[in-house]
Design a protein around this ligand. Structure first.
Ligand SMILES: Nc1ncnc2c1ncn2[C@@H]1O[C@H](COP(=O)(O)OP(=O)(O)OP(=O)(O)O)[C@@H](O)[C@H]1O
Ligand SMILES: [Mg+2]
Length: 369
């Protein structure tokens, strides 16, 4: 038996009319993993989820669930359940009937249906509204009902397409937490589609970043945030400072990037054998790692990389100060720092400042263009 709950091998989707929606999608998901798919609108997230669910045919490639080939198996024979953004709740049925529906379709004995529906209603705390219809439910209750309808079929894999998109921000946050706890308890594999990067990163054990039908990077949230592998990920995830340049020499496990500001150092995010010196690349520095000092007052530390600029604006938002720094006509940097940290550092509009960071925080990313 395969170690993986779900395997996508070179999955590809071409819609009638010739539009390539998904290309070369490889993924291996372990049992009980929470995987999120994130990317801009139209990048192929829903298409990929629908291929896993069997709601969309697979043009090329293959799909395995627990080691078995499901590429051409119809949706009702797959051990998956899908939850859509609009929930697709039947308005004329009660909560209880909605949850039971999928089991009735499968013609389970009524005692078994009752047992499973009771268990789900208890688990999702829907007992108080079990005999209500959709119109009487709150946003959070509708969301739990949709979840209940999926879980009652006891799927191996639960597929969720922007299931929290209809909720307001506060409810969304609390349901994110509930969903994550529930997923851990159940130990079921979740594939969760969202276009909100914060949601993808806070929910996922691993995150798949997609762009224009292709996978850009698959990593755990921290790695994705701190070690982007492509220019797209560097721009799409987190709040990175990005400085263009050309590759110079390797120094130990770091590389030099020659930039218009001088030499910067960083950890290569690619196989160094694949890129010649002089290749176009970029230094990617997460904002959270950048420190700011009045020009020339940086602790005398050869181990840091430094860029000089001029403060153009300061904005105080409670304890946090937003500092805008102009480096050159093409490059403005915005930082958020705690006000105590810069209290004695003469960071004021018009002042020259040095931005510093540890080079091992920098990732050197090849520029494909
Ligand atoms: N039924 C269809 N027929 C033809 N093209 C389609 C069909 N469904 C989607 N597409 C196209 O395939 C591409 C991927 O669409 P998809 O719905 O998978 O994107 P998505 O990442 O889910 O976007 P969103 O964040 O907006 O939901 C888009 O270019 C879209 O126009
Ligand atoms: Mg979609």
């Amino acid at each position: 038996m395969s170690a993986y709950d779900l395997e996508l091998v070179k999955l590809r989707k071409v819609y009638p009319g010739g539009a390539v929606a998904v290309e070369d999608f490889d993924l291996q998901v372990e049992k009980g993993e929470f995987i999120s798919f994130v990317g801009p609108s139209g990048c192929g997230k829903t298409t990929t989820l629908r291929m896993i669910a069997g709601l969309e045919t697979i043009t090329n490639g293959s799909l395995l669930i627990r080691g078995r080939d499901y590429t051409h198996v119809p949706t009702e024979k797959r051990p998956t359940a899908t939850i859509f953004q609009n929930y697709a709740i039947f308005p004329h049925m009660t909560v209880r009937e909605n949850i039971a529906f999928g089991l009735k379709v499968r013609k389970l004995p009524s005692s078994e249906i009752d047992r499973r529906v009771d268990a789900i209603i208890e688990k999702l705390e829907l007992g108080g509204v079990a005999h209500q219809k959709e119109s009487a439910l709150s946003g959070g209750q509708k969301q739990r009902l949709a979840l209940g309808r999926g879980l009652v079929t006891e799927p191996d894999i639960l597929l969720l397409d922007e299931p929290l998109g209809a909720l307001d921000a506060n409810l969304r946050k609390s349901i994110q937490e509930e969903l994550k706890i529930l997923q851990r308890e159940l130990g079921i594999t979740f594939v969760f589609v969202t276009h909100a990067q914060s949601e993808a990163l806070s929910m996922g054990d691993r995150v798949v970043v997609m762009n224009a039908g292709r996978v850009e990077q698959i990593s755990d949230p921290f790695e994705l945030y701190t070690r982007p592998k492509t220019p797209f990920v560097a721009r799409f995830i987190g709040r990175n400072k990005i400085i263009d340049g050309t590759l110079g020499a390797a120094v130990g496990d770091q590389m030099i990037l020659e930039t218009r500001f001088g030499k910067l150092r960083g950890v290569p995010g690619f196989d160094t054998g694949t890129a010649p010196a002089g290749a176009k690349a970029m230094a990617v520095v997460p904002s959270e790692y950048v420190d700011i000092y009045s020009a020339g007052t940086t602790p005398d530390d050869e181990t840091l990389d430094t860029l000089r600029g001029t403060v153009t604006a300061l904005d105080r938002v409670g304890q946090v100060v937003h500092v805008s720094v102009n480096m050159d006509p093409q490059f403005d940097v915005r930082l958020e720092v705690h006000r105590d940290k810069i209290a004695d550092r003469h960071v004021t509009p018009g002042a020259e400042v040095d931005l510093t960071w540890r080079p091992d925080r920098t990732t050197i990313v090849l520029d494909a263009a």
